[in-house]
Design a protein around this ligand. Structure first.
Ligand SMILES: [Zn+2]
Length: 258
């Protein structure tokens, strides 16, 4: 069993409202503090993901995004502010997060991550969270996390509709992203053309942050094999269950227990 260094008095105080939860307790907080997480995308979904993971005391956050902050981002990308327009999103996000929690190690990856980049930066991570609207990066991250045997949390939001799901490749019953989208089909709508409601990305990103903390600390039932959807029009939440596909183009050869 892995043992972790003790939390300092400062950490016990700062994270006391998490430690008070029997599901997290000191051990869960130690796991969170000792975790390294790669967050791909420091935009609408990435903002709440990064803010909550930094606030929760994740030991190292690797922030990957190749974009600069644009004025049209500010309606929903709450980790950035007006003064950051024109600067790298990674730098802007890191500055906000450092003010929020100086205990976090922040790694700025100021470039879009292709399959090779994902492979490089996911190495040594306990978890990857995807917060971009790129379908390709979710496919690439899926393959990388599967190979590394680490969990992956995905989310998407467009217009008034959002969805989130988790894959836990530490478990051999976990489906993968390609089990869910076997044909790689994607409408590739983007927020820049279709628009998106600001708080919707907040809701989906917050679901992703919740999933990340559950997977890191090891409590609750993560959305493995479940796609959670939300329609902001009437705030209806639904979940659809899915399983590993025997003919999945990505994970069919993984061992499975009966
Ligand atoms: Zn699969």
């Amino acid at each position: 069993m892995t043992t972790f260094p003790d939390l300092t008095d400062d950490e016990l105080l700062r994270y006391s409202r998490h430690i008070l939860l029997p599901q997290i307790d000191v051990l869960g907080q130690q796991r969170i503090r000792n975790a390294t997480v790669l967050v791909v995308g420091a935009g609408g979904l990435g903002s709440p993901i990064l803010l909550y993971l930094a606030a929760a005391g994740v030991g190292e956050l690797r922030i990957a995004d190749g974009d600069r902050v644009d004025e049209t981002n500010l309606q929903r990308q709450i980790v950035h502010s007006t003064a950051s327009v024109g600067t790298a999103k990674t730098e802007s996000a890191a500055a906000t997060l450092q003010r929020l929690n100086p205990h976090c190690r922040l790694v700025e990856i100021d470039q879009p991550l292709d399959a090779t980049g994902l492979e490089h930066w996911a190495e040594g991570c306990d978890l990857v969270v995807i917060g971009t609207d790129s379908f390709a990066s979710r496919y690439d991250a899926n393959a990388v996390c599967l190979r590394l045997g680490i969990p992956l949390v995905c989310g998407a939001a467009i217009g008034l509709n959002g969805q989130a799901t988790s894959f836990d490749f530490r478990r051999d019953d976990s489906p993968c992203f390609a089990c869910l989208y076997p044909d790689g089909e994607d409408t590739e709508l983007s927020c820049s053309t279709a628009g998106v409601l600001g708080p919707l990305v907040g809701m989906v990103g917050t679901v992703q942050a919740t999933e990340a903390l559950k997977l890191l600390a090891g409590f609750g039932e993560p959305l493995v094999g479940q796609l959670l959807t939300v329609d902001a029009t009437d705030l209806s939440w639904n979940r659809f269950r899915f399983a590993r596909r025997p003919d999945c183009p990505v994970c069919a050869s993984r061992p499975r227990t009966a």
